[in-house]
Design a protein around this ligand. Structure first.
Ligand code: ZN
Length: 427
């Protein structure tokens, strides 16, 4: 039996969840209606009063909110509570200047801790286990989010923060650390330092769990880390706007998608161009609505993350929440060829269905006089032909790319985030 932090919430029936979601949605809407910034946006989007939402289907009547709204509301125009009720805030800067701020009431911090405690328990950690926090403690939400979660779940917190790899290793050994959280691209640095140690000191025998956030990683990277460190890897999800790390879920030990905490958030996947809600299984942009947050609830917040809903069936772990795929990229990664939208991850998915095809691939887009040609280079075992690859991609993507097959090891390798898409202009 696998552990659960909050069995009642995590195994709620779909009917109960729908009831909790409608109540939470209506409560959030009434709450933000008292704030001028939100109200103006909602009215501009055609909402006359919070009573416009009477069912979950009415959610579609609400306008979308984006990162630009957060930026415009800097620093606290979106705050819906008495300023004296704010206890903490976090902030992400992003690449374009004005930061995004998320402020927390006491209940918001408890909600964050609750979500994080569910994630930590989902990864097999329990009271007394030592957990090393490698994200930075500061304005970025990662360090404090882990800390609040560790406190709630009763873990022994090792607040290492980022950097100083030798000390990280020392702490993991001395305090018999069982789990840690970091960005996945930091792990090769840890492994490199371990490999440089004298024989007999290169392992971390107590370490069992690695929780990785904010970066996407391939199955191959996961396998490499798991076998070298002898750990199980988990994908944690959450961002400043949703309330920080872990708020929007993680994979359980079945590793069959990320559980989203549906008693806390409503999940939608939309077509990033038309804004239309897409059926389960289709790739699009993830949109979240918070149900319990007080200071700065989010309504139909467009994450720019590309994903799909995998299933609403109960997981083998017993949790009833819907599961989303791992994040496959950003809406900015969307490619349009001959009028068809697609994402690199869809190509990857389609390729993996062809027997003999391996993990490494590249998508090359060549534009000449306004016409784009697509070539998909992939590594495969002998016997797989370019024709087979092209034909399968045509079936799955709706257009016919050129397929080129290479022997294993022939395509360039990248650490961390692999460069899968190459664009060239030929005119
Ligand atoms: Zn599960």
């Amino acid at each position: 039996m696998m552990g659960m932090w909050n069995r009642a919430a995590e195994t709620m029936s779909r009917d109960e969840l729908a009831k909790v979601q409608l109540e939470g949605l209506r409560k959030s809407l009434r709450r933000v209606w008292g704030n001028e910034f939100y109200r103006t946006r909602l009215q501009a989007g055609g909402v006359a009063s919070p009573e416009d939402v009477q069912s979950l289907a009415d959610l579609e009547k609400l306008p979308f909110f984006t990162k630009d709204d957060f930026r415009e509301a800097y620093p606290l125009k979106m705050n819906c509570v008495d300023r004296r009720d704010l206890l903490e805030f976090h902030m992400s800067s992003g690449s374009t200047g004005t930061p995004v701020v998320m402020a927390y009431t006491k209940n918001d911090l408890l909600q964050w801790a609750e979500c994080m405690a569910r994630c930590l328990t989902m990864a097999g950690l329990e009271k007394g286990d030592a957990f090393q926090i490698m994200p930075t403690f500061g304005l970025f939400n990662g360090g404090f989010g882990c800390y609040h979660g560790c406190r709630k779940a009763g873990l022994f917190c090792v607040p290492a923060s980022s950097g100083n790899t030798e000390r990280q290793i020392r702490l993991m050994k001395d305090f018999k650390v069982k789990g840690f959280c970091s960005v996945v691209s930091y792990v090769p640095r840890i492994i490199e330092k371990l490999d440089a140690l004298p024989e007999g000191e290169r392992d971390l025998p107590s370490l069992k769990v690695g929780i990785f956030g904010s970066e996407t990683f391939s199955d191959e990277t996961r396998r490499r880390i798991e076998s070298r460190l002898g750990i199980e890897c988990f994908d944690i999800y959450g961002m400043t706007e949703t309330g920080g790390i872990g708020t929007t879920g993680q994979d359980c030990r079945c590793h069959a998608g990320l559980h989203v905490f549906e008693d806390q958030y409503i999940t939608e996947v939309i077509d990033p161009v038309t804004g239309k809600v897409l059926p389960d299984g289709e790739y699009g942009e993830l949109v979240f609505t918070s149900l319990t947050r007080e200071a700065m609830p989010i309504l139909r917040y467009r994450t720019h993350d590309i994903c799909r809903i995998l299933t609403r069936e109960t997981c083998a772990c017993g949790r009833t929440s819907l599961r989303i795929d791992r994040i496959t990229g950003r809406t900015d990664d969307m490619l349009i060829v001959k009028g068809v939208n697609f994402y690199p991850r869809q190509v990857e998915q389609a390729l993996m269905e062809i027997p003999g095809v391996k993990d490494e691939f590249q998508i090359i887009l060549e534009e000449r006089h306004g016409i784009t040609d697509v070539t998909v280079n992939v590594e495969a075992e002998p016997g797989v032909t370019g024709h087979t690859v092209a034909k399968h991609l045509k079936e799955r993507l709706g257009f016919l790319p050129k397929g080129e097959v290479f022997p294993v090891g022939a395509l360039p390798r990248n650490e961390g985030k692999a460069k899968r898409v190459i664009k060239r202009r030929l005119d």
